[in-house]
Design a protein around this ligand. Structure first.
Ligand SMILES: NC(=O)c1ccc[n+]([C@@H]2O[C@H](COP(=O)([O-])OP(=O)(O)OC[C@H]3O[C@@H](n4cnc5c(N)ncnc54)[C@H](O)[C@@H]3O)[C@@H](O)[C@H]2O)c1
Length: 441
């Protein structure tokens, strides 16, 4: 059965609000791969494969040969930032990538200049910039963003585009009255409601235009009823929140293994040092709180203490992030995990991950952009839970618990791709192989 996924014809615009470390590492990386001077390591859409059919069929195509994804040559980049630096300058400042690599693609990067941003300092107190739009209401700002998207597509001859929020983490807020319905949200935009953050205005503009939207930060952004409804109404795929990199990636790899072996966990202490601009923004308690909530949600969902109180009922989970400029983007994390086994005997696990934050995040931006564009062409809209694999705090429909186990997330993502292409889903039951063998004997 062949499903109806439209082909990826013409150019795809990838629009990023926030052209800092992650966004520039992503854009420079794609340009370097296009030039053949680097490899897209860590990107499933570029390097991953999946099994199709029975094990005996030996069909393991690359993902990008199995589903119709946009080719890297067909991508055009654009975005917004509160600073005027072009992508080359911003990438040099971010100090993630080697200057030799950046110089090899300098003209391509210099050509990408950020559009004026929608910014509100009350949401990111540690930043100040001048490349900012001015208008009487938040609604006017949203209309300006919609005009930016339309102009970008026109100038660059794009048949379609997607947006991925790579901007700073905003201060912690909860869902409030203005977020409830499309009408209350639009009224809130017109009334300059303080609970509507800049990232929500970008998300609104994107979804209103039918442009798929992903949120790489832990802010609420599109995780509010009004924008979920708008996504359904405009047939737009959305997803969030917070790219799953570094320490949380390790957590969602390790915790499912401990849970699988019914090993108890008494405590999990996680601390980080980080010296980039993201770390500086997170140094403010209001912004740290947004990140903390996102990072803390992971273990409860994997261990389900209510179902296993003797193993996880006492679990003490603590997460700290400390701003430490000398380390720049090279985040260092330490985890101390107190576990216990047979008859309650205690053991410890220590993890010291010397990672590179943006190197882990960049391929996620690429995969999310390409998969959201695929989802749109497959006529999928609203929350794309199958992309939970990429998020620390996956967005789900109200009433559903998010899935954090990275292995279950991968199975779900692969089965969704099989489903889109009309292939059998894989259950890993495998009994039929043995049945066939017995019958053949
Ligand atoms: N690097 C990772 O591993 C990782 C993982 C998960 C989430 N994130 C999140 O991704 C985001 C980007 O991280 P980064 O390391 O690139 O940070 P960064 O500080 O280098 O870049 C963020 C950029 O966003 C800009 N910005 C802030 N508010 C804006 C607005 N309203 N409109 C347009 N631009 C705006 C800033 O000027 C800055 O250039 C952060 O929210 C971070 O928490 C990063």
């Amino acid at each position: 059965m062949e499903q109806n996924v439209k082909p990826a014809e013409g150019k795809l615009g990838i629009l990023v609000p926030g052209m800092g470390a992650v966004a520039t590492t992503f854009i420079a990386g794609v340009e370097a791969v296009k030039k053949g001077i680097a490899q897209p390591i860590g990107s499933l859409t570029q390097m991953g494969s999946l099994r199709i059919g029975k094990r005996t069929e030996n069909r393991n195509p690359k993902i990008n040969e199995f589903v119709p994804l946009a080719k890297l040559d067909e991508i055009v980049f654009g975005g917004w930032d509160i600073y005027e630096d072009n992508v080359y300058e911003a990438a040099i400042n971010a100090k993630v990538l080697d200057a030799n690599l950046l110089n090899a693609i300098r003209p391509e990067l210099e050509a990408i200049k950020p559009m004026k941003a929608v910014f509100d300092k009350s949401y990111v107190q540690n930043l100040d910039g001048t490349n900012v739009k001015k208008a009487a209401t938040k609604y006017d700002l949203a209309l300006e963003l919609i005009a930016d998207i339309e102009n970008f597509n026109k100038i660059n001859n794009c048949t379609r585009s997607v947006m991925v929020w790579c901007g700073s983490t905003e201060k912690y807020i909860e869902v409030s009255a203005a977020h409830q319905t499309i009408e209350s949200f639009e009224q809130g935009l017109k009334d300059n409601d303080a609970n509507i953050s800049p990232s929500m205005i970008y998300a609104y503009a994107s979804i209103k235009c039918g442009v798929p939207f992903a949120n790489g930060a832990p802010n609420l952004t599109c995780d509010i009823p009004a924008l979920i409804d708008l996504a359904r109404e405009t047939g737009t795929p959305i997803g969030g929140k917070d790219f799953k990199t570094g320490q949380t990636l390790m957590k969602t790899i390790l915790a499912p293994g401990l849970h699988a072996r019914a090993l108890g966990v008494r405590g999990w202490f996680s601390t980080n040092i980080l010296g980039n601009r993201d770390g500086y923004v997170l140094d403010h308690p209001d912004n740290f709180k947004t990140k903390e909530v996102s990072k803390l949600s992971v273990l409860d969902e994997i261990f389900k203490p209510e179902s296993n109180p003797e193993l996880y009922g006492e679990l003490y989970h603590k997460v700290r992030i400390n701003y430490y400029p000398p380390h720049g983007d090279n985040k260092e994390s330490w985890d101390n995990i107190d576990i216990f086994g047979w008859l309650g005997y205690g053991m410890q696990i220590k993890i010291n991950f010397l990672c590179r934050d943006s190197i882990l995040a960049a391929p996620i931006v690429l995969d999310l952009a390409l998969f959201l564009d695929l989802a749109k062409r497959a006529e999928m809209s609203g929350i794309q839970e199958w992309l939970s694999f990429y998020f620390k705090s996956p967005q789900v429909l109200e009433g559903l618990a998010p899935e954090h186990d990275i292995f279950k997330q991968l199975i779900k993502m692969q089965n969704t791709l099989r489903h889109m292409m009309g292939e059998d889903l894989i259950t890993h039951l495998g009994l039929d192989y043995y049945q066939d063998l017995v019958e053949a004997m």
